[in-house]
Design a protein around this ligand. Structure first.
Ligand SMILES: N[C@@H](CCC(=O)N[C@@H](CS)C(=O)NCC(=O)O)C(=O)O
Length: 228
């Protein structure tokens, strides 16, 4: 199998894909798109990711082996990789839609709410209590939903799947989101289970070699938060 090309930065939506690739043992090349420096606006990147967001994936041998496919949006990439490999997503029936509904729950709920939470509590120059409360509370509500779902399961839909890979990177920064995992014991147990997986450890180790986690600079904030 030819190597896949992942256009990536060391953020939650990027980690989802490296977790999958490590879990599946697929060969891949990692192309850094430093979103704090504006790499997401180059014409080359926009050609594969028109929304100027990471991650994006290029599969040089999609379909019958001679066609290249490029894809953006982390949920679509996870679904594509799962179908390509026949892993981490049932191929049909109710079990498939169970995983997909939790994948879209993350894409449409947990990600955006935790993202805005992070923005208003960590980055906003003006601290707006209404916005902080709104997003911290909504994040809490979503953690509560996940906690209930995990009451009788080891993973989000029972079997380990792309739904777990999508949510985990967003829970990882729970402290910065104003959340205490002790309030969500099932999420806490799942989080510990996920954190111990060798593929997850490897995905974050790769991220550390690319970006040691320094704070976003003032110039980076202008690039990220000055978009119109
Ligand atoms: N819904 C998208 C969100 C992607 C996204 O927001 N990516 C962020 C990093 S986590 C990004 O590329 N930001 C660049 C920017 O804001 O210019 C997905 O799931 O792929």
């Amino acid at each position: 199998m030819s190597s896949l090309d992942l256009y990536y930065w060391t953020t939650p939506n990027g980690h989802k894909i490296t977790i999958f690739l490590e879990e599946a043992g697929l060969p891949y090349n990692l192309y850094p798109i430093d979103i704090n420096k504006g790499d997401q606006f180059t014409p080359e990147f926009l050609a594969i990711s028109p929304n100027n967001r990471i991650p994006a994936l290029v599969d040089p041998t999609a379909n019958d082996g001679d066609k290249s496919l490029s894809i953006f949006e982390s949920g679509a990439i996870l679904e594509y990789l799962a179908d390509k490999t026949g892993t981490f997503l049932p191929q049909s029936g109710a079990a498939r839609y169970d995983v997909l509904q939790w994948l879209y729950w993350q894409i449409g709920g947990l990600g955006p709410m935790a993202g805005q939470n992070h923005h208003f509590s960590q980055y906003a120059t003006e601290k707006i209590p209404y916005a902080i409360n709104r997003y911290v509370n909504e994040t809490s509500r979503l953690y509560g939903v996940l906690n209930k779902q995990l009451a009788d399961k080891s993973f989000v839909t029972g079997e380990y799947s792309i739904a777990d890979m999508a949510s985990y990177p967003w829970i990882r920064s729970y402290e910065k989101q104003g959340q205490n995992l002790n309030d969500f014991p099932n999420v806490k147990a799942w989080f510990e289970r996920m954190s111990a997986r060798p593929a997850v450890i490897q995905a974050y180790a790769k991220a550390d070699t690319m970006n040691s986690g320094s704070a976003v600079s003032e110039a980076g904030k202008l690039i990220l938060f000055g978009q119109k």
